[in-house]
Structures are given as C-alpha cells and as structure tokens.
Design a protein around this ligand. Structure first.
Ligand code: COA
Length: 111
C-alpha cells in the first residue's frame, strides 16, 4: 500500500509532498517488518524553511499514528531533514548502508 499527500498553493500549484509505502525486506533502507511503512518527503527548494515540511510531516504522522504501530525512514545525518524528523518524533534506531541513519517513530496506540 502506498500513500501520497501534497502541499499546494491556493491556486493549486503543487510545492511539496509526503509519501509512504510498505517495504519488502530487501528494499528501502529502513525495513522493520511488512506492516511498517517507510516515509519520504520533499518540498520545492524555493519554498524551503517556511514550515511546509513540518506541516506535511506532522499531518502524516498524526494520520499514521491511527493506522500503524510505527513508521520508519532513512536519512543521511548530514541532511538537515534529520532535524525535521527529530522534531516530529523520529529517533535513530540503526545504521543503513553508506552512513545513512535508520529512524523510527513508534506510536503508543497505533496499529
Ligand atoms: C527536508 C525538507 C522536506 C524540509 O522542508 P521545509 O519545508 O524546508 O521544512 P520546514 O521549513 O518545515 O523546516 C523543518 C525543520 O527542518 C530543520 N531545518 C530546516 N532548514 C535547516 C537548516 N538549514 N539547518 C538545520 N535544520 C534545518 C529545522 O529543524 C526546521 O524546523 P524549525 O523551523 O522549527 O527550526 C526540504 O528541505 C527538502 O525537500 N529537502 C530535499 C529533499 C530531502 O532531502 N528529503 C529528505 C530525504 S531523507
């Protein structure tokens, strides 16, 4: 199952998106189990640092917390996206290839 949500300007112009999908064991860089999705996010560069990423990811996490027990992601520690993830409740749980961090957000009552 894949899920995609976008951020759009009032005129309908898309400026960012958050998406997630369930992984196979050998893909994605942050596989935990077949019921735990991996999330990704991107905002157009000209709209960075205006809170769009925070709004997208916060909304995703709130919705995911009602459906899943956890969500994961993979990020390089030098990518400032790491601070967004930590702000939204993700913690490092392992190391992937190439120095990437595996991060997870566990939900108390999800699933
Ligand atoms: C990561 C990304 C989605 C953030 O989107 P954004 O709309 O700029 O995010 P926000 O404006 O909501 O900022 C979110 C947080 O990011 C962090 N952040 C943003 N710019 C930063 C910088 N230059 N240095 C350190 N932290 C930074 C801060 O924690 C910030 O929270 P704060 O405003 O409370 O301090 C965006 O930078 C992007 O699309 N990057 C390219 C794609 C990418 O790397 N995706 C992640 C792959 S793992």
């Amino acid at each position: 199952m894949a899920r995609v949500e976008g951020a759009v300007l009032p005129d309908g112009t898309p400026i960012g998106a958050v998406w997630s999908r369930l992984l196979q064991p050998d893909e994605g860089g942050s596989y935990v189990d077949a019921e735990t999705p991996q999330v990704g996010i991107a905002v157009l560069p000209e709209y960075h640092n205006r809170g769009v990423g925070t709004a997208l990811l916060s909304h995703y996490v709130e919705a995911a917390s009602r459906r899943y027990q956890a969500v994961t992601l993979s990020v390089h520690p030098e990518n400032h996206a790491r601070f967004l993830y930590e702000k939204c409740g993700f913690v490092r749980y392992g190391a992937g290839g190439g120095g990437y961090w595996q991060m997870i957000h566990r939900f108390a009552t999800g699933g």
